[in-house]
Design a binder for this molecule. Structure first.
Ligand SMILES: Cc1cc2nc3c(=O)[nH]c(=O)nc-3n(C[C@H](O)[C@H](O)[C@H](O)COP(=O)(O)OP(=O)(O)OC[C@H]3O[C@@H](n4cnc5c(N)ncnc54)[C@H](O)[C@@H]3O)c2cc1C
Length: 379
């Protein structure tokens, strides 16, 4: 598996997938055939997580080639991503609590064994190695991994979610945190996901047998209740002559940004992050940014977070491409408070429209898919 770093190549991956492989998605997607055979899924997540290509662009391209009914499973998975993002936007405290929880959990010996792939569960150890080597895991494997982590190894879900964020090229605050909560049985209260021997056996084409797993666990209980809060996403009018964006919004061209005097792209270093990333992941992000900047006709300066802090001790007004709840947003909020900044957000119209439907469960969100597709002429 080789994840590329330019938008042009990412678009090629998408075009190829739409032409050749997407029609098998519904029947084959749950199989993990191993890192050298990934044609049954799209492997687009690292590009989507950095918005080198956007969810909406993917939807439009897929639906321009195939009727909805033929690709509905794939379309719904893209909408799962949008749904999770909206869900976290409406409940940002879920993210900040998760980050705080981590600070209060010690790294036990069992935890150290798990992240080094030294447990007595073969498949789990293999997945740890695979995650570190390819910085990616198949969706079904992420579900098994999280379930084994929580219910068989009895480790805190927060440390598992942190481990994924450190290692994944597609690490994403919403999809990752909420999926781990879902496996634990906190997201859908009382409904945990249980990894079972027969299921792993079947969907790994018999690579793993006789696994000793806890197949009868109780869901994790978390009594914290999260109320919906309004999203502060601005009206997209320019109020500053300086534009800032982060590495998770790399298709910046869709915004009208030609007239800014200065444009900065920020990649937070590990000193500026609450969850530290592996160097390989930071390198990957750096390469994505470099390619996007090189391929742009605009003059964009690539900076780390400390440069932005320095800048904002003089300049107080910034337009910022909305970075979504997560590490970048937390950094921005800290800096706003420290330096008394006035930030005006530029947000994709599609995001603004979709996120409000994440106020309840996915079933309810899904009912809005036809409306979303027609509102933005995606089908
Ligand atoms: C415990 C756990 C942690 C996860 N952490 C992340 C994460 O940090 N970042 C991330 O992008 N995804 C995460 N996912 C969701 C999903 O596993 C990945 O998006 C998917 O495996 C990426 O591979 P793909 O691009 O080949 O997906 P495909 O199966 O080809 O799907 C196409 C796209 O749809 C979206 N998608 C598919 N499945 C899901 C899903 N279950 N939830 C949300 N979006 C989905 C992704 O954007 C994906 O790129 C996690 C899932 C679990 C169970």
């Amino acid at each position: 598996m080789n994840f590329i770093t330019s938008r042009k190549e990412a678009l090629n991956v998408l075009e190829n997938y739409i032409e050749k492989d997407i029609s098998n998605y519904a029947t084959q997607r749950n199989f993990d055939f191993g890192p050298h055979n990934r044609k049954n899924i799209s492997c687009l997540s690292p590009y989507l997580a950095h918005r080198l290509i956007s969810e909406y662009e993917v939807l439009k391209k897929v639906l321009s080639k195939h009727p909805y009914q033929k690709v509905d499973k794939f379309i719904q998975e893209i909408f799962w991503r949008i749904y999770w993002k909206g869900w976290l936007e409406l409940r940002p405290k879920v993210w900040t609590d998760f980050v705080e929880d981590i600070k209060n959990i010690e790294n036990s010996n069992e935890y150290k064994k798990a992240i080094n792939g030294e447990t007595n569960i073969d498949c789990f150890n293999d997945w740890v190695k695979e995650l570190k080597e390819y910085n990616y895991l198949h969706n079904h494997t992420r579900m098994w991994f999280a379930s084994i982590w929580i219910f068989t190894l009895k480790l805190p879900w927060q440390k598992g979610a942190e481990f994924f964020l450190k290692e994944l090229y597609d690490g994403d605050a919403a999809s990752n945190t909420l999926s781990w909560r879902w496996v634990a049985g906190i997201q859908t209260k009382g409904k945990n996901y249980i990894a079972q021997n027969w299921n792993i056996n079947k969907f790994t084409s018999n690579r793993y047998k006789d696994l000793k797993l806890n197949e009868n666990p109780q869901p994790i209980i978390d009594r914290r209740d999260y109320k919906i809060s309004p999203i502060n996403i601005g009206n997209n009018e320019t109020t500053s002559n300086i534009l800032v964006f982060f590495e998770n919004e790399l298709d910046f061209q869709i915004f009208n940004i030609d007239s800014y005097k200065k444009i900065y792209c920020i990649l937070l270093s590990n000193e500026e992050r609450q969850i530290k990333l592996e160097n390989k992941v930071l390198e990957y992000k750096k390469n994505l940014i470099k390619n996007q900047i090189q391929n742009s006709t605009l003059k964009i300066e690539f900076v780390e977070g400390n440069k932005f802090i320095e800048l904002s001790s003089n300049e107080k007004n910034f337009d910022v491409i909305y970075p979504s709840i997560g590490e970048n947003m937390s950094f921005l909020k800290r800096t706003m408070k420290k330096n008394n900044l006035i930030i005006n957000y530029l947000t994709r119209e599609e995001d603004k429209y979709c996120w409000k439907f994440s106020n309840k469960g996915y079933f309810n969100f899904k009912l809005n898919i036809p409306k979303i597709l027609s509102q933005f002429k995606l089908n």
